[in-house]
Design a protein. Structure first.
Length: 261
């Protein structure tokens, strides 16, 4: 009996120790779990804060890059504006120069028109007083020049160029030898003949049958007959002008120059 009571007392003590241990564990477990929960919250908040910091850092970096890009753009625009101002100033100077040149050109053209008319009048008078070789072609050229002067669709530069061409053609006649056909009034009858023009020194002719020759007398302003002795020379001269014979000396009547009074 006593043993049984002893065993019961030992069991009761063991249960008491187990209960006490479990109560201690329960008391310890409460603060530990709270600590773990707080630490998790702190870590979570820390992660969230770090994300915010990272986001703000990225935004700050982007803003910094945008700011630098904006500064570069401003510098580029400033350089462009300075260059544009220089260009505008240069164009304004060029426009001023062109305006002055146009005013000068207008004044020059106003003075050039009377000059060109005078040049045409001079060449027209010169042809009238000259030996009458190729007279129709030369007078037609002058008439064209007169027509050019009253045409608004032809610029003054072109008119002047045509006048210079006419002068050059007249100068060329004085250095050439040429043969061509034309009409001579012989005893009231128009006769076709072969003309030989030697510069402005002589203008002679030979009838197509080769029997009659003549020359233009500057002193009288008329065609006159020549002695038959000139026929062979004129024939050879015509062949030379047509490049059918080699150049050689020929005998031609040369009117004496008028003595200046």
């Amino acid at each position: 009996m006593p043993n049984r009571n002893k065993i019961n007392l030992i069991k009761a003590s063991a249960f008491s120790l187990v209960a006490l241990f479990m109560a201690g564990n329960a008391a310890i477990a409460g603060p530990f779990e709270s600590s773990v929960a707080i630490e998790k919250q702190i870590n979570k908040a820390s992660v969230k804060t770090q994300s915010s910091v990272d986001r703000f850092a990225d935004q700050t970096l982007d803003l910094n890059l945008d700011y630098k890009a904006t500064l570069q753009l401003v510098d580029s625009l400033r350089i462009y504006n300075n260059q544009l101002e220089l260009l505008i100033k240069s164009q304004e100077n060029e426009m001023s120069s062109i305006t002055r040149e146009m005013a000068t050109i207008d004044a020059t053209e106003r003075g050039a028109i009377p000059l060109m008319n005078e040049m045409i009048a001079v060449i027209d008078k010169f042809i009238q007083l000259d030996i009458p070789f190729k007279l129709e072609a030369r007078q037609e050229r002058v008439n064209k020049l007169k027509n050019y002067m009253i045409r608004a669709d032809i610029p003054n530069s072109e008119k002047y160029r045509k006048i210079l061409e006419a002068y050059q053609a007249e100068i060329g006649y004085g250095e050439s030898i040429d043969a061509y056909q034309g009409i001579v009034n012989m005893a009231g009858e128009e006769v076709r003949v072969d003309f030989l023009q030697v510069g402005r020194v002589a203008l002679v002719y030979l009838t197509l049958d080769g029997n009659n020759a003549g020359f233009y007398n500057i002193a009288t302003g008329k065609y006159e007959s020549l002695d038959s002795n000139y026929i062979r020379s004129i024939e050879h001269g015509i062949k030379m002008a047509n490049k059918q014979a080699t150049m050689n000396l020929i005998e031609l009547p040369i009117p004496a120059a008028k003595r200046a009074e």
